[in-house]
Design a protein around this ligand. Sequence first.
Ligand code: FAD
Ligand code: 2HG
Ligand code: ZN
Length: 490
Amino acid sequence: RFAHLNILRNSSFATLTDKDITQFESLLGPNGILTGDAVEPHNSDWTKKYHGHSKLVLKPKTTEEVSAILRICDDKRLAIVPQGGNTGLVGGSQPVFDEIVLNFSRMNQIIDFDESYGIITCEAGCILQDLHTYLNAKGYLMPLDLGAKGSCQIGGNLATNAGGIHFIKYNSLHANCVGLEAVVPGGRVLDNITTLRKDNTGYDLKHLFIGAEGTLGAITKCAILCPPLPKFRHLCLVSCRSFEQVLKILRSAKHELSDILQAVEFMDGNAMETTLSQLNFKNPFESRLYPFYALVEVASNREGTETPDRLYELLGSADDLIIEGVVAQDETQLSHIWQIREEIASAYIKRGYTLKYDLSLAPEHFYKIVDDTRDVISRSPTFTANEKHSIAVTGYGHIGDGNVHLNVCIPGYDDHDLQDRLSGLVDGYVFEYVRKARGSVSAEHGVGLQKAQYLNYSKSENMIHYMKEIKRVFDPHGIMNPYKVLPDAK
Ligand code: FAD
Ligand code: 2HG
Ligand code: ZN
């Protein structure tokens, strides 16, 4: 299904033999490898778009085992794909052809928590939700929170530099990762595991692995700076008639609540309607639906009414901008409203085949691209009237960070011809729009396979030149996650 990407298997890679499998099995033990049918879940992705043809999954338990694997793979020219929780949305964690899958699920130990500085040190395969649970019990939290937290791993989060809903408050993993251990092809271990907050001893190599999507090496351990868990949080959901009104609420929230602001999220009416109907959720506004919604979350350690009062004040001062608003009255309501927002992605995947665009755009383009994409589809002679009627175009996302998720969805998964016509039109339109608007074709999900051919829409020729040079330094034979991010890097 990727014929249009024109990808050919790199003929310099070896083909896996039974002898190779035996060698890996003697290295990792029988529980350390998967073959046959057990490999299949690792060949596919959550969006049901990407399907690889790997015959082997390796499940190391230690950095030493990862090092031995990458030495063997480099010597034998066996291509390899790191895979965390496999929740990525850009086809980055599946093999394209027969690459070996390097899975981190058995490297899931928490190594240490430094209570003075709030720094957790752990292995790459720790599930994000488990880290939250561990830290919450100690009065801390992970600076990263996202809808896939029950499955994604901290190694995958670092490899994608994942953003999520609390980015506006805690910033990116580049800001919060203080230590990292990675293994590069050939097997060298780059041990930069430290809990020092400050270390200005030359080039900070760990940042190259954050956001590299597994193309430079495997992340095996990390140390993350964790904020204290605020004792009280409060959330409101408001509905608006126009997107401009949502932007005004964002500006007020940033000004009036800056010291306690945790999240400002956005969804349009189609996202709300689809999530409620596909997942059978209760509408917080009974049966009433509106064109646009914003969520504003604040948190503090102050007991009493001071914090929620400030949220009510914001709503009062924005009275002319809001059609209807609700402040969650307890944890159950708060979780319910968050669930609606966080499960939009799942709702569209349940509805059918979904084109996903994860864009950074200036406020004036943030929703315009959604409207324009809808227009382009409705004017296109490529689709019948029935097809046009069935295509849902929606915008939602992290408005506080300028990150819009544009999703275009058709019901079901069987109509490959419609899927191809739709992506043929919309991919070109959206990425060209983003290039002209000087946005980013990937705000937080990464480039993976999906956007590899559009990297130059957001990065200059000189920057791509040096990215390829860096790739060559760490991975001279190109075995690490080939065909992704920099497809023609050798
Ligand atoms: P995988 O999907 O397994 O891998 C992702 C990439 O990282 C691949 O290129 C892979 O090769 C590489 N990789 C994985 N582990 C390692 C490692 N140890 N060393 C080196 N490379 C590695 N993303 C956001 O940014 N913000 C969101 O709000 C968000 N919400 C989501 C909601 C849902 C419902 C879903 C399904 C996904 C969401 N995502 C979001 C996308 C995804 O969850 C993130 O990209 C996440 O960080 C991926 O982690 P993972 O462990 O699943 O990695
Ligand atoms: C979110 O913010 C995720 O919900 C998923 O990043 C976005 O699926 C998407 O397009
Ligand atoms: Zn997101």
